[in-house]
Write a protein that binds this ligand. Sequence first.
Ligand code: TYD
Ligand code: MG
Length: 434
Amino acid sequence: MPVGGKATAARRNRPGARSLELESLAGGGPPAPRTPTGLAEFDRVLGGGLVRGGAVLLGGDPGIGKSTLLLQALGAVAKSGREVIYVSGEEGADQIRDRADRLGLADAPLLLATATSTDAAAATIVNTPNLALIAIDSIQTMYVEGVESAPGSVAQVRASAQLLIAAAKRAGASLLLVGHVTKDGAIAGPRVLEHMVDAVLYFEGDTSQHYRILRAVKNRFGPADSLGVFEMTGLGLAEVPNPSALFVGEREGREPVTGSAVFAGFRGARPLLVEVQALVGAPGPASPRRAVVGWDSARLAMTLAVLETRAGLPFSGRDVFLSVAGGLRIDEPAADLAAAAALASALLERPTPKDCVFYGELALSGEVRPAPQADARLKEAERLGFSRAAAPGDTKMKGVKVETIKRVDDLVTLLAAQPLLRAPKPADWPDDES
Ligand code: TYD
Ligand code: MG
């Protein structure tokens, strides 16, 4: 039967419906114009600045520094002569002026509104000529007339974002939305907006420490998964141009320790060295604990199983802890070998070589698979003073010697060549040697 033979009425074109406007794939025209924020780390994470007409969501825990980052970026853009508006539904104008003072931005020609009406904000976007950038701090305080629920509810947050995004697109202005990450369900978190905006950035860090990480989890205009690092100082956020140095810590002159390995990793478009730390307990506990911070717990379980089954390292019956230094989270499969090295080093009580980085993906067979962008990883390692890399490939590079690790046994061999480094134990502890 021919398609649409019978019930054609419903399928027939609506009279008067116009065809889609088609364009060629090749003739895309120039890339969307960008507005640099003046903060190099911020711009890098964005993929080269804010896109005109695009919407960016900046999420993070309360108190992490979102408003500070925003004010610094807005101030810099305003100082460059562009039209910039800051709408705050959270703080009074005096509070914001105080902060701007502290940040050295008191004279930035930035326009300020303390308001919570989404309708008024959207009208402002459309009615301000040459508006380059507008920030809404925060989306959870905004309120759309006619939506019958409280500010911060999913319905309000969605409706507000929709209105603002449409207005910004029409005006060709960049829109920055702040969204608090919330633990209780009463307020809608940034997640409900992730699909509506062009880029989602999270600002993270331990508020008890000074370092802050800006991370892109989605970016229609640049690399996702890129990362910027800042330090919170008394004068606002300072950029950290050399984050690898931060995440591997001071190695020169440091006493060797077991259970530590440096991963030559990659974040977004940039190589990044990170220290992975492991602690392995004595055998004994009836239900040994496994805890992991900054890595995937299923991956830890798999790595332990591979080390145990393929290299004979006895992890079962022991507590195992694994942590990524500096509050960072690693998702790359290539981190497997560094995690395995830290774990094996802790168990064997032999430090990994001080001048050596690790990368490679572990297969269940015990083989180690190559990682992409090996050259860039090695280059970053060399730049930070490492002279060896334990990795599966045979990449050659002047300055960094590759210790080929094809299987987990090779890793054990590498560690066995290191000096034994016993952790001091109380005298009355049972000897765990069998
Ligand atoms: P804030 O930007 O208000 O966080 P958020 O908007 O994410 O809730 O920053 C909050 C913290 O930052 C606050 O505890 C004080 C600190 N801070 C500094 O340490 N130095 C500074 O220059 C500024 C402006 C803030
Ligand atoms: Mg704030």
